[in-house]
Design a protein around this ligand. Structure first.
Ligand SMILES: O=C(O)c1ccccc1N[C@@H]1O[C@H](COP(=O)(O)O)[C@@H](O)[C@H]1O
Length: 213
């Protein structure tokens, strides 16, 4: 069994790719710890700055507002950060770019063959956690695909946020295998691209709580 943050007590849950006010409200009511907003225009879940501001304003204290970026320019990060608590860099951002970010940040790593996760943990020294996601060539994330969780090193210098193809049906198994700080899900709680399902979000959280025991 791996230990990647589970010592904190319970597995945190991030729902990502919210685009509608009613989904934000439902996610908060269901008990999500963090809500993700995609600032990458190439995503079917993308929100612009105006919508980000409106959605983020609905989020109460103690629920973390996370902005997801893929190789953004600094100006976008700076403007979006006004509405965010945490930044998620999901592209090929360099350690220096991330280190200059105006908010605490996490770095997503896509688990392609040969990736040295230990080296990444050293390189992205300022990251509050590493988010580990499936790798599909040409797609920066949100693939709905899992990866081989046994490839995650047993001892890592950073807490792990597990992502990639998680669903209410497989998240308990994932938590038992990896013991991550948090799990992150987008497609697995949707009824259509960018549309979150209330029942799916509740099912996901129930499965996580069950896994935590
Ligand atoms: O959701 C997107 O469209 C997206 C686009 C570009 C980079 C990352 C994206 N989503 C993130 O990908 C992982 C896994 O998503 P899924 O659960 O497999 O659908 C997650 O962190 C999403 O936030």
């Amino acid at each position: 069994m791996l230990e990647h943050g589970a010592a904190l007590g319970r597995t945190r849950v991030k729902f990502c790719g919210l685009t509608r006010p009613e989904d934000v409200d439902a996610a908060v009511a269901a008990g999500a710890d963090a809500l993700g907003f995609v600032l990458w225009p190439g995503s079917k879940r993308a929100v612009g700055l105006e919508r980000l501001a409106a959605l983020a304003a609905r989020v109460p204290a103690f629920v973390t507002r996370v902005g997801l970026f893929v190789d953004p320019d600094e100006a976008l990060v700076a403007r979006a950060a006004e509405h965010l608590d945490l930044l998620q860099f999901h592209g090929e951002e360099t350690p220096a770019f991330c280190a200059a970010a105006p908010r605490p940040w996490i770095k997503a790593l896509r688990m392609r063959d040969g990736l040295d996760v230990h080296a990444a943990a050293r390189d992205y020294i300022g990251a509050r956690a590493l988010l580990l996601d499936a790798y599909r060539p040409g797609v920066p994330g949100g693939t709905g695909e899992t990866f081989d969780w046994s490839r995650i090193p047993a001892c890592l210098a950073k807490p792990v946020i597990l992502a990639g193809g998680l669903t209410p049906a497989n998240v308990a198994e994932a938590i038992a295998a990896v013991r991550p700080l948090a799990v992150d899900v987008s497609g697995g709680i949707e009824t259509a691209p960018g549309i979150k399902g209330g029942a799916e979000m509740a099912d996901f959280l129930r499965a996580v709580r069950h896994a935590d025991g």
